[in-house]
Design a protein around this ligand. Structure first.
Ligand code: 13P
Length: 300
């Protein structure tokens, strides 16, 4: 089993979480890593396709090269976030090419997002990626259910969405999905939503999301693999902490560190980086993650 697969397993076992920080602007990576180092916290450095298409992370290779400069294997690992089969603008993507490039560039784990496909097609796409990535022992994350928010047409009313459970990951489907794909980690839909990314909405404050912990508990019991929570910014803290006791081993955070950077980047990159660093300290403290690197690596 690869290093990061073992660290994820351990995080699930000891009911802590690996926060995964998205890097839509390359200079954000240095303060993210610095905060993780200083607080001895293990975290993933991650980039999604939409961040080199719609923001300024350039490419998965550019992110990998910055990672070689500032990353630290004692407390970080490089992960490829959302490579969609169909993207937020409803376009088909050459996902195998994007995944192959990331594997060549040295990413330690990858995500394939077939969540806009039907179940059969999602299984087929994920299996194809798993076959490729497992050749070099790279774990794969996939998504089942609908974690909304990235769509250019926005999301329906949050309270209605949460109460109806529309788009939540179905337990039976998830069992079949995991069995037939051999996927290592699963992103589940249990109430979280992504921060908006369209140019007009990306500055908006996110809605405070809740999680259906009972539903999560059913998924955790049925699947028994590390689960992933997307849309990590703005989830009410008691739900978040509870989710770490029910299988969530990785938490994706983008909006919370992107917005302070964007607010200052045209004034001074240094000041924008400082704002990211301060936010990182606040997140590590809020999630009680100080010292997690030592704890996880020692026990792995
Ligand atoms: P937020 O922007 O809501 O933190 O979501 C991040 C995410 O899930 C990236 O995959």
């Amino acid at each position: 089993m690869s290093h990061i697969a073992e660290v994820m397993k351990m995080a699930k076992k000891v009911h802590t979480v690996l926060p995964a920080f998205n890097i839509p602007y390359i200079p954000m990576m240095e303060p993210v890593v610095r905060a993780l180092e200083e607080k001895n916290t293990f975290g993933l450095i991650t980039v999604a396709r939409l961040e080199w298409v719609k923001f300024e992370s350039k490419s998965q290779e550019d992110i990998a090269s910055e990672y070689r400069r500032v990353g630290n294997p004692e407390c970080t690992s490089l992960h490829l976030d959302h490579i969609p089969v169909i993207d937020e603008d409803h376009l088909r993507i050459d996902y195998m090419s994007d995944i192959s490039k990331a594997l060549d560039a040295g990413y330690s784990s990858v995500m394939i997002d077939g969540s806009r496909l039907n179940l059969e097609e999602n299984i087929k796409a994920v299996r194809e990626v798993v076959e490729l990535a497992h050749k070099t022992d790279v774990p794969v994350e996939a998504e089942l259910g609908a974690v909304m928010g990235h769509e250019s047409d926005g999301i329906p009313d949050y309270d209605e969405l949460f109460e109806s459970g529309k788009g939540f990951t179905d337990v039976k489907e998830a069992q079949r999905f995991v069995k037939e794909t051999g996927v290592d980690w699963l992103s589940v839909a249990v109430g979280s939503v992504h921060g908006a990314i369209t140019a007009s909405a990306r500055k908006q404050k996110k809605v405070t999301a809740r999680l259906n912990i009972e539903h999560l508990q059913m998924l955790d019991e049925a699947l028994q693999i590390p689960l992933v929570l997307h849309g990590g910014s703005g989830i009410a803290l008691p739900y978040l902490k509870d989710s770490f006791n029910h299988g969530i081993a990785k938490l994706n955070i983008a909006t919370d560190i992107r917005q302070p950077y964007e607010a200052l980047k045209d004034t001074s990159i240094k000041q924008a980086q400082n704002a990211v660093y301060e936010t990182m300290l606040e997140i590590i403290n809020r999630l009680n993650l100080e010292g997690s690197a030592e704890k996880l690596l020692r026990r792995k």
